[in-house]
Design a protein around this ligand. Structure first.
Ligand code: KIV
Length: 283
């Protein structure tokens, strides 16, 4: 295990032109494998709501859901920076609640940093959380918790007004002290321009190769959501099909008496069995 990655390493990576790698995870074994494979950071995203809990969007995810899954991930990740996502409405009802909720993710969940969506509208919350000693990652462009405001999953920043707002928000977040910003579904040339205007690293999800790093949802790189694969993702291993075929084979083997074999079963001394049988005959 190498040295634990910190937010300072994140900032230095940009200076050294080293691309940052981030993946989402929601449980212990996945986090452990990603950590051992050498990913820079693991985001316990509120995408949890869709890919693990089966909700339609992220708005039903609670603080308790996040704490529960962050705990599992931090048990598995020894080297990667673990970032916990602040769920819907956990940082919109006043600075006190924002700091308290961010603090729960760190003290109960065990993550090092938190991520939250939005720019100017949540800047006071971001400043308060950072003042409490908790590193914050920003998230601009398409921000999934505002799905109903956007009217669906849509790329953001295609016209001058929204492009300008994303750039201004990015500069504002940087001056507030965030250590990095996720840019989601922003046109890649705009994302590249914003990245060139910032000293802190930008992490793309659907915002192209000109950002300083990439993040993808774990289920999207292994094809676990079989009915849908987002345009920005790439399936590296089709575990969805693999799991489907595995389950089919298991069912067939159990039904046909192929599994389990003696090798999968425990033995008992024949004498003990004999004693048991003869005892029963005496009853
Ligand atoms: O919740 C999540 O997984 C995220 C990523 C899409 C960046 O916020």
């Amino acid at each position: 295990m190498g040295k634990k990655i910190t937010i300072v390493d994140f900032k230095n990576a940009k200076k050294k032109d080293k691309k940052l790698t981030v993946l989402t995870a929601y449980d212990y074994p996945t986090a452990k494998i990603m950590d051992e494979a050498g990913v820079d950071a693991i985001l316990v995203g509120d995408s949890l709501g869709m890919v693990v809990l089966g909700y339609e969007d992220t708005t039903k995810v609670t603080m308790n859901d996040m704490v529960h899954h962050i705990k599992a991930v931090t048990r598995g990740a020894k080297r990667a920076l673990v970032i916990g996502d602040m769920p819907f409405l956990s940082y919109h009802t006043g600075k006190y609640e924002s700091v308290k909720n961010a603090g729960r993710l760190v003290s109960e969940g065990g993550c090092t940093a938190v991520k939250l969506e939005g720019g100017a509208a949540v800047i006071e919350d971001i400043k308060a959380i950072i003042s409490a000693g908790i590193p914050v990652m920003g998230h601009l462009g398409y921000t999934p918790q505002s799905i109903h405001v956007f009217g669906g999953h849509k790329a953001q920043g295609k016209d001058l007004d929204t492009a300008k707002r994303i750039l201004e928000d990015a500069l504002l977040l940087q001056s507030a002290g965030v250590f990095s910003i996720v840019l989601e579904c922003v046109p890649y040339k705009l994302a590249g321009y914003i990245s060139s205007r910032l000293d802190i690293p930008t992490i793309s999800i659907g915002s192209g190769a000109e950002c300083d790093g990439q993040v993808l949802v774990y289920h999207d790189i292994v094809g676990l959501i079989r009915e849908f694969s987002p345009k920005h993702a790439k399936i590296y291993t089709d575990m969805g099909t693999g799991l489907f075929e595995t389950v089919k084979q298991y069912i067939a083997e159990v039904e046909n008496g192929i599994f389990p074999t003696k090798e999968n079963s425990y033995k008992i001394d024949e004498q003990i069995l004999e004693q048991l049988r003869s005892g029963r005959e005496c009853e």
